[in-house]
Design a protein around this ligand. Structure first.
Ligand code: FES
Ligand code: FES
Length: 171
């Protein structure tokens, strides 16, 4: 390592902060560069790889998680911004062997295929039902339009959201 690289590493280390993330009911203290995204903190530091990195630019929805029950793009959210908030990822939905009602509805309605987009779809679906934005199929389509699926599972996803809403799956 050159003197210049050593100086750069020291400067970066000096910029790091202790960040406490509350994820799926557990508190984690991480030493992070304040520029680290919530997505990278979840995947690279906490090993929660269920949240997917698709575009890393806020365009595909694969990284959707809930922060205090509201949908956010984890790729566009800095980890330091969610200190003290409740973060929910796909890993935090099931209770042991029992799937969350939205997960069960996706299975029942065959709303998942390759699964790359599915964690974000499910978190987004829970968020929109929680927000009261699933009264009609058109409303579900509009609210889910930020979650891109290349496999064409959309009609089954709408069915799954409505099934879960009818069963009271708002959180
Ligand atoms: S990875 Fe965040 S929106 Fe695509
Ligand atoms: S199920 Fe394949 S991208 Fe969505």
């Amino acid at each position: 390592m050159s003197v210049g690289q050593t100086a750069t590493s020291a400067a970066e280390a000096a910029r790091e902060l202790d960040v406490v993330l509350h994820v799926n009911g557990d508190a984690h203290t991480l030493r992070l560069d304040p520029r680290v995204s919530l997505l990278d903190a979840l995947r690279e530091r906490l090993g929660l790889t269920g949240t997917k990195k698709g575009c890393d630019h806020g365009q595909c929805g694969a990284c959707t998680v809930l922060v205090d029950d509201r949908r956010v793009h984890a790729c566009l959210t800095l980890a330091v911004m969610v200190q003290g908030a409740k973060v929910t990822t796909i890993e935090g939905l099931a209770r042991g062997e029992e799937l969350h009602p939205m997960q069960a509805a996706f299975v029942t309605c065959d709303g998942l295929q390759c699964g790359y987009c599915t964690p974000g779809q499910i978190l987004s679906a829970i968020g929109l039902v929680h927000e009261g934005h699933a009264k009609t199929d058109d409303e579900v389509r509009e609210e889910m339009s930020g979650n891109i699926c290349r496999c064409g599972a959309y009609s089954n996803i709408v069915s799954a959201v409505q099934l879960a809403r009818r069963k009271g799956a708002a959180s």
